[in-house]
Design a protein around this ligand. Structure first.
Ligand SMILES: *Cc1c(COP(=O)(O)O)cnc(C)c1O
Length: 390
């Protein structure tokens, strides 16, 4: 008999009842160090006092009103995103897939509004992940996720991630946009080079195609800058955000330049919950913390510290870990044995991590993790790797 919760996930048999900072406490009284963070979503750990306070204040005042009315909290959050990014305008939704759907709609509407309705093709990258809706499955590159869900929404084409020649060969007068993750997450923590992202910008400009970055996972300070693209010294026309933006509250956002958003006039897009007062209270509170002087610097500092520890780990256990990948606090261990086995062994020692493609294990601590918590995690990893290589 089917379970009451539709069995779409392979679940691990643990339930958590509370969290504090980088730690989670299970219903059977065990304490775990959480370096999975709900897949890069609990960006400030669990029960952060400022987030709790702001959400509680808002919960007593107003949860939801329709986007038929002005929502001051939403306007404030949009203003702040605009002033700290390339964007001139923001649409709010509730998840990463919804953000990427919105990003694709903005790109196609741009060409339609400019009198080029035939420009609807989007060039995407191998190894990419953009969500689980029908259209974002088409944009992503995972046949297993698509199987049985046809017909597949059209208008997508894939070229090798990082390969400029393939991108140049694929682009045409039918191209609406180029879509990539500056750091691929699900695909296995693969950072694009700065040069690749800069060249994509040039190719897009040459063909009047739009450049879309999916920063659903690598955005919101995860990479060591508020947005990963800024490290490449370039800018997209459209960007999707979600995961870390609400600190665990479901929030998604589509950011766009004024030029790219030309077609998005009243009536062209919508989301009932998108940007409601409760969600915006959470998102504004997350941003309060991330914009505090020194916060980003501390993410960089701890990223460097973690990388050092992981490099040593990989050197000390060459039979378990092949290499280290990532930037900031978005790190991956390329495993020699099955990544699932290493994740399970870490979990048995009370350290939570999360698998990715390409046999990589993701290490995603909260961005406000403490140095001694990083030490604790590396210590657990070292002990586990020792038993695995012996
Ligand atoms: C997780 C993720 C998504 C999808 O986000 P959901 O909130 O699960 O819909 C899209 N793109 C990237 C890069 C992601 O990591």
């Amino acid at each position: 008999m089917v379970t009451a919760v539709m069995p779409t996930y392979g679940r691990i048999d643990i339930a958590f009842e509370r969290g504090k900072g980088a730690y989670l406490y299970s219903t059977n009284g065990e304490k775990y160090l959480d370096f999975a963070t709900g897949i890069a979503t609990n960006s400030l750990g669990h029960a952060h006092p400022h987030l709790v306070k702001k959400l509680q204040e808002q919960a007593g005042k107003l949860w939801h009103v329709s986007n038929l009315y002005n929502i001051p909290e939403q306007q404030r959050f949009a203003d702040r995103l605009v002033s700290h990014s390339f964007a001139d305008t923001v649409f709010f939704c509730n998840s990463g897939a919804e953000a990427m759907e919105g990003a694709l709609k903005v790109a196609r509407k741009y060409h339609f509004a400019n009198g080029n309705p035939e420009r609807e093709q989007v060039i995407c990258a191998t190894g990419s992940f953009h969500g689980r809706t029908l259209t974002t499955l088409s944009a992503g590159d995972n046949d297993k996720y698509r199987e049985g869900f046809g017909p597949r929404p059209g208008g997508f084409e894939h070229v090798a991630f990082g390969n400029l020649n393939e991108m140049r060969a694929a682009i045409s007068e039918k191209t609406a946009a180029i879509l990539v993750e500056p750091i691929q997450g699900e695909g296995g923590i693969n950072p694009a080079t700065a040069e690749y992202l800069q060249e994509l910008r040039k190719v897009a400009d040459e063909f009047d195609a739009l450049l879309i970055f999916d920063e659903v996972q690598c955005g919101m300070a995860r990479s060591g800058s508020l947005f990963a693209y800024s490290q490449a010294d370039t800018e997209p026309d459209i960007m999707g955000l979600a995961k870390g933006i609400g600190g665990g509250f479901p929030v998604g956002a589509v950011l766009a330049s004024e030029k790219a958003a030309i077609g998005m006039v009243p009536g062209t897009h919508g989301s009932t919950y998108g940007g409601n007062p409760l969600a915006m209270a959470a998102a504004n509170a997350v941003l309060d913390v991330m914009l505090e002087p020194g916060f980003i610097e501390s993410v960089i500092e701890k990223g460097v510290y973690l990388r050092k520890g992981l490099n040593k780990l990989s050197k000390d256990h060459p039979a378990v870990i092949e290499s280290i990948r990532g930037t900031g606090l978005m790190m991956g261990l390329k495993c020699l044995g099955p990544n699932l086995e290493l994740m399970t062994a870490f979990r048995d020692q009370k350290l939570l991590t999360v698998v990715a493609g390409d046999n990589v294990l993701r290490i995603l601590p909260p961005l406000n993790v403490k140095i001694d918590e990083l030490d604790e995690a590396i210590d657990i990893m070292d002990k586990v790797c020792k038993t695995m290589s012996s």
